[in-house]
Design a protein around this ligand. Structure first.
Ligand SMILES: NC(=O)c1ccc[n+]([C@@H]2O[C@H](COP(=O)([O-])OP(=O)(O)OC[C@H]3O[C@@H](n4cnc5c(N)ncnc54)[C@H](O)[C@@H]3O)[C@@H](O)[C@H]2O)c1
Length: 446
């Protein structure tokens, strides 16, 4: 099938590449000319395990092409996927300007039947708007081309996006025409060969499904963070509590890790966008607002712990040297959008601390986002950050940080203190090396 993909970010590039891998003829369109130029040269603008090889392979066989010109990408397309960003507006709602721009591009080119598929995460009712924008452009041209609009939310996770796309838990298809359904089933059948996990539903339910899934996962994270904060007050150990509660199959361990709050390009904006949609329809979502508020507070938890420790030990944040491991919002990605680590860096710099940072893949993106902040040293190796630092904060649980050389750490950190924002370290073991570890959910005692 000939497919056009709008947007070559984490979702668009993975979607286009995986469809090409199954033998389809894919053209990816992006308004970012430098991105397209890099992709044409075989350079992948994002870090996603396994993606580079697949892009290069499929591009070499001409199944995957890149362009900035919508007309070129849409020529002969039977399906057009909209995978552009839907960032958060100031009032919390999803900003649909990129979706509108892609939809209008489609309307300006459409000449034969095509299924237009919203894969971006968009509020309920967006498919109707997309239909309206396309019709508007067709009307301006005085053309009446046939098309359908469908919703096909994406559930891939950054860091395992290829695996998730190639072997999805489920594929959700929101359609209002048998023709659109047939096209989408046809496209996805190589990925789900028994067809059992393709759920076809009405368009609004499909749009809502994505928000429901993300809101639930965000709720689990805020829930365990709330429990961690209560544990800290009452002297319980959230690491034990997590095991005891999570072993109940109805609860489960996934997303039940206390930490420094959720970040990334999805949960923060999707929780707020769903709450906004509810409010527009006259429903105040107390739960979603609380999930967001708990997360907002949790992202400041590391800074508060450091400040509390300074107070208890008679030190000052001003002049303190803090090593930070992990800048990406989670491991296996270079994505730093809404990353708790960036907030911590800004707060520490503001308080006059010196910061030494490392991340296996996100240094470039973090540097772009933070700029040249005074007092921040960018270190290539984890042990370079801790050399000359007073304390260490673990912010992202990348594998190389899991089993560091504790003896060397104890030697390097003048205060011999580790603030473990991901509850990775065994404090008994660390104590043997003379290190004090403060996990999330355990009070700082100084
Ligand atoms: N990143 C994820 O893990 C993930 C997972 C599931 C769903 N989503 C959703 O998918 C959507 C895309 O997310 P992303 O992380 O891939 O975004 P992204 O910011 O990485 O990429 C978006 C791309 O779209 C391009 N773009 C903007 N306007 C365009 C236009 N008119 N025509 C062509 N290209 C255009 C941008 O230049 C950019 O390259 C969002 O709605 C997001 O919520 C993301």
């Amino acid at each position: 099938m000939r497919i056009a993909i709008f947007g070559t970010g984490y979702v668009g590039l993975v979607t286009g590449t995986c469809f090409a891998e199954m033998g389809n003829d894919v053209v990816c369109i992006d308004v970012d000319a430098s991105k397209i130029e890099r992709l044409k040269n075989g350079e992948i603008p994002i870090y996603e395990p396994g993606l580079t090889e697949l892009v290069i392979e499929n591009a070499a066989h001409q199944r995957l092409q890149f362009t900035t010109k919508a007309a070129e990408g849409l020529e002969g397309a039977e399906a057009a996927f909209i995978c552009v960003g839907t960032p958060m507006s100031d009032d919390g709602q999803a900003d649909l300007r990129y979706v509108e721009s892609a939809a209008r591009d489609i309307g300006r080119q459409l000449s034969r039947y095509c299924v237009v598929i919203d894969k971006s995460t968009v509020p309920v009712g967006t498919a109707d708007k997309v239909r309206g924008w396309i019709k508007d452009e067709l009307r301006k041209r005085g053309v009446s081309a046939e098309f359908d609009v469908a919703s096909n939310p994406e559930f891939l996770k950054e860091g395992s996006a290829i695996e998730d796309f190639m072997r999805p838990d489920r594929v959700v298809i929101g359609v209002d025409s048998p023709r659109a359904e047939a096209t989408l089933r046809d496209l996805y059948s190589p990925f789900i060969r028994n067809g059992l996990r393709i759920f076809t539903m009405d368009i609004k339910s499909a749009e809502m499904t994505k928000y429901a899934a993300n809101a639930f996962l965000a709720t689990k994270i805020s829930f365990i963070n709330e429990i961690a904060n209560i544990c800290e007050k009452v002297g319980a150990d959230v690491r034990q509590v997590r095991l005891g509660a999570g072993s109940d199959a109805r609860i489960g361990f996934q997303f039940l890790f206390p930490g420094v709050g959720y970040g990334g390009s999805c949960f923060p904006k999707d929780v707020r966008a769903l709450s906004h949609t509810a409010a527009v329809h006259g429903y105040k979502s107390e739960l979603l607002n609380a999930v967001d508020a708990v997360n907002y507070a949790q992202k400041a938890v590391m800074f508060k712990k450091l400040a509390a420790w300074c107070e208890l030990t008679g030190r000052s944040l001003k002049g303190l040297t803090v090593a930070i491991w992990g800048l990406a919002f989670k491991p296996n990605t270079d994505d730093v959008r809404e990353a708790p680590a960036l907030q911590l860096v800004r707060e520490l710099v503001e308080a006059g601390a010196k910061v030494r940072v490392n991340d296996p893949k996100a240094m470039h993106e973090a540097h772009k986002s933070l700029g040249d902040l005074p007092g921040v040293t960018w270190c290539d190796e984890p042990m370079e950050t801790t050399a000359g630092a007073d304390v260490l904060c673990l912010m992202t649980e990348w594998r190389p940080y899991r089993r560091p050389d504790f003896a060397k750490l104890a030697e390097q950190l003048s205060a011999k203190v580790v603030f473990d924002g991901r509850n990775q370290y065994d404090d008994v073991r660390c104590r043997q090396y003379g290190l004090t570890v403060y996990p999330i959910g355990v009070q700082v005692t100084g």
